[in-house]
Design a protein around this ligand. Structure first.
Ligand SMILES: Cc1ncc(COP(=O)(O)O)c(C=O)c1O
Length: 440
């Protein structure tokens, strides 16, 4: 590790500790526009940007385009939850400039004053075309889609179609924390079906969960995360077909969150759930949000399998009043014109996964990390370190690096942290240095 990095970071490490943020809800409450320690941000950024490994200095990599002081000007939750001496690698935002095609579509709309209500099917048509080209799947029928405000609210609306108050929703823990929060807020009950040790679906656990979920004759749904957040597991066609068959045999309706679908490692194929045999009664939620960093330009699409078209038709039309016209313009441009940009990000993420694995092997060998096939998230097993259930709290307090606590992800999350790899190699290097320093 370059010694210049250690001096820049230790200069930052004197600031006041923040308490660990344990959920998006708490994080959102923590927004503040406090005075900024611009000098230290600029200093760290300067040092980082001047200590790049020469083999990784690829101009075309969107993950390397923004300096730390530029990123710190952002007002989104990633950058405004912690003090400026904390390096934030937690919430799923990407440290990239907008894809040029997306920025142009949005700024053209702004220039035109085209900020009214949305109309037409352009988003669904762009998604169908993207699915055809990228996943070789031509089964996404525009007439079986609905626009929804975002993926989580889309999931809520689909769960309302498939289940009633008090009914059960099965999830594969550890899993994206809002799955618990939104489902419980909807007055449904979570049934956990833990992933196996290999972080893949454990079909015995899933069957047991289905049995419990439908007991007493209740309706039930299975909220599948594909690819899986936080482990990055990309489910295979065989696994998805087995899910469909098992769900069908228990009368469980499958709702699949495919928001991370475009983000897979090279050599890995994403399989849309609705493309596998037996999945006709499922419903998918898709969005350009994760892959093109559009969470602030909300819009998503619910896609019904052929046998779920009547269910989707029952979704109240007012749900589609939620997404903004600008959001739809941005997502449509991303899917239609942003493939080249996405490919550059995916290449950068391949590099970042390898880099993290190398750095951990060298500096924190007790942490177990298997580079994932999907998402830009790294799920780190820290149980061999003497840090207890919540290592993220220690890394934050002593190392001044913000990771997501594994305890937020349900059963199986304790002793783990989630690290967001959608940043520059320099900041990943600095994060590992800080995590390592936290153990000194
Ligand atoms: C699996 C998963 N689903 C949904 C979301 C949130 O999507 P949206 O902002 O469209 O509700 C995220 C965000 O990180 C996610 O990882």
């Amino acid at each position: 590790m370059p010694s210049s990095l250690s001096s820049a970071a230790s200069a930052d490490s004197r600031a006041t500790p923040a308490s660990p943020t344990r959920s998006m809800a708490r994080a959102r409450n923590a927004h503040s526009h406090r005075p900024r320690d611009t000098l230290s941000a600029v200093r760290l950024s300067f040092v980082l940007m001047n200590s790049l490994p020469s083999d990784a200095s690829d101009e075309a990599n969107p993950l390397r385009r923004l300096s730390l002081d530029q990123l710190r000007l952002r007002t989104s939750v990633k950058w405004r939850t912690y003090p400026d001496d904390v390096l934030p690698l937690w919430v799923a935002e990407m440290d990239v400039p907008l894809a040029e095609q997306v920025a142009r579509a949005v700024t053209d709309a702004i220039a035109l004053g085209d900020t009214g209500y949305p109309a037409g099917n352009a988003y669904a048509e762009a998604l169908a075309e993207f699915a055809r080209k990228r996943w070789d799947w031509d089964g996404l029928a525009v007439e079986r889609t609905a626009i929804v405000p975002d993926v989580m609210l889309g999931i809520v609306e689909v769960l309302k179609l498939f289940t009633g108050p008090g009914d059960r929703v099965v999830v594969n823990c550890p899993v994206y924390p809002p799955f618990y929060q939104f489902v419980e807020h909807l007055d449904r009950r979570i049934v956990e079906a833990p992933l196996g040790e290999d972080q893949r679906i454990d079909f015995a656990a899933l069957e047991d969960a289905f049995r419990r979920a439908v007991s007493g004759g209740r309706r039930a749904a299975y909220l599948l995360c594909s690819p899986h957040n936080p482990t990055g597991t990309v489910h295979t066609a065989d696994e998805l077909a087995a899910v469909a068959a098992l769900a069908d045999s228990y009368g469980v309706r499958v709702v699949v969150d495919e928001i991370h679908a475009p983000i897979v490692a090279s050599g890995t194929a994403f399989v849309p759930y609705l493309s596998v045999p037996g999945a006709e009664s499922g419903m998918s939620l898709m969005s350009a949000s994760k892959a093109w960093n559009l969470a602030g330009l909300k819009a998503a699409i619910a896609v019904a399998g052929p046998a779920a078209a009547d269910d989707l038709a029952r979704m109240p039309p007012e749900v589609s009043h939620g997404p903004s016209h600008l959001g739809i313009i941005a997502h449509t441009a991303a899917l239609r014109d942003g493939s080249g940009w996405l490919d550059a990000v995916l290449t950068g993420l391949d590099h970042n996964r390898r880099l993290l694995a190398d750095l951990l092997r060298e500096h924190l060998p007790a942490i177990r990390y298997e580079p994932a096939q999907g998402t830009y998230l790294a799920w780190l097993d820290c149980r061999a370190l003497p840090l207890g259930d919540d290592p993220a709290a220690v890394f934050l307090e002593r190392g001044r690096v913000a990771l997501t606590s594994g305890t937020d992800f349900g059963t199986g999350g304790a002793g783990h942290v989630r690290l967001n790899l959608a940043t520059s190699p320099e900041l990943i290097t600095e994060a590992v240095r800080r995590m390592s320093a936290a153990l000194d």
